[in-house]
Design a protein around this ligand. Structure first.
Ligand code: SF4
Length: 468
């Protein structure tokens, strides 16, 4: 979006008025692929209606679906004018017919150049030699893996609500999880330069951003390829002292990469959210072994204990896959018991999706779809009880809430988040009493008292403006 904007394009989310339609896609699991394809087809139809008075002239498909099905998209959807994979973002300009940008001032950047040695980690090299990143069977996927990594000089347009922004600090993944095709889509793990991340964060805060969420497929590996030890902790330490940065958080942690130093850093800074998203994927030892992730429920419980001891009150989020090939009723019971005991604040459950190109694709013992659905429902039911109990304990607490605006459900309510809610994914704080205020301002922080609790959401009343 930043590149297009700099080249003179005007952004709109209104499809009727767009001349160029860009569909940014995902192809991580079946449901995501389906949603991507449905959207492309819908836009293709919209473009075809251009002859009948519509404005759309071009349809561009971008993102992970292109990395995986480049040829198929071109062959089967002739309305698509161009495809842009994750490793060729700058091609969006040529695809849009805007490749002669207006006066472009490109600062020379000492951080951009990504050489082979800078990009490599021993795990990545080893796994590459073992064929971990093979895309041979994908239709039209180019043999080379994406290497792209943006930096602080890359133009950006924020698509998030005003006070909040994401910063990608690393790209790709070297972990060997057998159900996952992300390494094939995103390439080997590589970190952005330390100073480049700081420069971007400072610039976002100067533009009014108050909450920064660091993202990457595995943020806890940040800096390993740059020769940094505890790179994420070092980065957080440095970012936390940026004046006016109210909340700082990161997604996602790999369980065995949560170091003592990382926890100390989270505990030490008031503006680092007490929030940890650590996708565990399962809790039964045999399933985790087959997933090529290792560990078991007992090890995870110890990790959670360590986390909670280091930073009391830390909100914990995780996600699980049910129905992985070979998962027995006993394995599933182990997972249910673990969820009862671990008491996560937030939890997501995914049904196993059999992905061509993943190692699990070739495993025996595939679990029937009906069983997967039942296990998913059962696990969420358990979590619902855990969450209801936990949220009831929020009543009476005073917390800072980042108000995001009028509720989409009813104009009678406004909604926001606390430091224990990451953007877009966790529950909601509904505000039904503005306290001393006639009206609230979106993208501002208010001190609120929690007055009611539901299964996942809570209700609050405003007490005062919160110091920012
Ligand atoms: S760590 Fe995450 S992104 Fe990397 S292979 Fe495992 S599931 Fe995929």
């Amino acid at each position: 979006m930043g590149l297009l904007d700099r080249a003179g394009a005007e952004m709109t989310s209104d499809v009727e008025s767009a001349e160029i339609l860009v569909v940014n896609t995902c192809s991580f699991i079946d449901a995501a692929k389906q949603e991507s394809v449905d959207t492309i087809l819908e836009m293709a139809q919209h473009k075809a209606s251009a002859g009948a008075g519509g404005r759309a002239r071009k349809l561009i498909v971008a993102g992970c679906l292109v990395e995986r099905y480049r040829d198929e998209i071109r062959k089967n959807i002739p309305e698509v004018d161009a495809v842009v994979g994750t490793g060729e973002l700058e091609e969006i300009l040529a695809a849009a017919g805007l490749d002669a940008p207006r006066a472009v001032i490109q600062e020379p950047s000492p951080f951009t150049i990504l050489t082979a040695t800078q990009a490599a980690r021993a795990e990545g090299d080893l796994r590459e030699s073992q064929g971990r990143f093979s895309r041979a069977e994908w239709d039209g996927a180019e043999a080379h893996l994406p290497q792209y990594l943006y930096d602080h000089t890359t133009p950006r347009l924020l698509a998030t609500k005003k006070a909040s922004a994401y910063i990608k600090i690393a790209e790709g993944c070297d972990h060997p999880c057998s159900f996952c095709v992300i390494p094939n889509l995103r390439g080997k793990f590589r970190s952005r330069r330390f100073e480049s991340v700081i420069a971007e964060a400072e610039s976002l805060v100067a533009q009014g951003v108050r909450e920064i969420t660091l993202i990457g497929q595995d943020t806890t590996c940040y800096g390993e390829d740059l020769g940094l030890k505890d790179g994420l902790a070092q980065l957080l330490d440095r970012l936390a002292v940026i004046p006016n940065l109210k909340w700082l958080r990161f997604l996602y942690a790999y369980p065995n990469k949560i170091t003592g130093r990382l926890l100390e850093t989270i505990a030490k800074h008031g503006n680092i959210c007490k929030y940890l998203d650590v996708p565990l994927q399962h809790a039964a030892g045999p399933v985790l072994k087959s997933m090529k992730r290792g560990a078991n429920a007992e090890i995870f419980l110890k990790t959670l204990e360590k986390v909670r001891a280091a930073a009391p009150g830390m909100a914990l989020r995780t996600s699980f896959i049910v129905g992985f090939p070979g998962e027995t009723e006993e394995d599933f019971e182990t997972l249910c018991d673990f969820v009862r005991e671990a008491k996560f604040d937030w939890l997501g459950v995914f049904g196993y999706s059999d992905e061509d190109g993943s190692r699990a694709f070739g495993l025996d013992g595939k679990v029937p779809a009906r069983t997967i659905e039942r296990r998913k429902r059962e696990l969420m039911k358990i979590q619902q009880r855990v969450s209801k109990q936990a949220k009831s304990e929020w009543v009476g607490r005073e917390l800072d809430v980042l108000v995001e605006g009028e509720s989409e459900e009813t104009p009678m309510l406004w909604e926001g988040r606390t430091e224990f809610h990451a953007p877009e994914i966790d529950g909601t704080v509904y505000i039904n009493d503005f306290g001393p205020f006639e009206e609230l301002t979106a993208a501002r922080f208010y001190r609120c008292e929690i007055t009611e609790a539901h299964d996942y959401d809570v209700v609050a009343r405003v007490i005062s403006a919160s110091g920012e």
